[in-house]
Design a binder for this molecule. Structure first.
Ligand SMILES: [Zn+2]
Length: 144
């Protein structure tokens, strides 16, 4: 992946990035955009789990956990190994995932969790609007 992170790289024309090169990162964030999925990944940071244990610990339906784990495994984010008749799931790259989750927490804190109230992507938003369908944050402005 070629996400540019230093200021020198992202400022000015020289740092202009073809949006297509950001598609993998967008796919990653899209893949992290489901609360159940994020909960599964976050919980796996404490250690490997069987599907049944994840189901109990997270209070999610087994079908939900199984479906997300299968997808997350194909996405390369989790791995599994057989143990008896069960599969034990763990993070493929725990340090990197922990870093992303920690960075997200810091970003949320430093932006005052404003995204929670976003009419396009905030809590309760169910679709991903394209640019011309983005709603303004008018209600948020008037509430201040
Ligand atoms: Zn657990």
């Amino acid at each position: 992946m070629t996400m540019q992170t230093s200021n020198a790289d992202v400022s000015g024309e020289r740092g202009a990035v073809d949006p297509a090169t950001l598609a993998p990162a967008a796919a990653l964030f899209h893949g992290l955009s489901d609360p159940a999925r994020l909960a599964i990944l976050q919980h796996l940071t404490v250690g490997e789990h069987r599907v049944r244990d994840l189901t109990e610990h997270l209070g999610l339906a087994q079908s939900t956990v199984s479906a997300h784990l299968a997808c997350l495994r194909d996405c390369g984010l989790v791995t599994s190994r057989p143990e008896g008749r069960a599969s034990i799931f763990s993070l493929t790259t725990a340090p990197e995932l922990l870093a992303v989750l920690a960075a997200a927490e810091h970003l949320l804190a430093s932006t005052g969790y404003a995204v929670e109230l976003c009419p396009n992507y905030g809590i309760g938003a169910t679709s991903t609007p394209d640019a011309e369908h983005l709603k303004p944050h008018e209600n948020l402005e008037s509430a201040r």
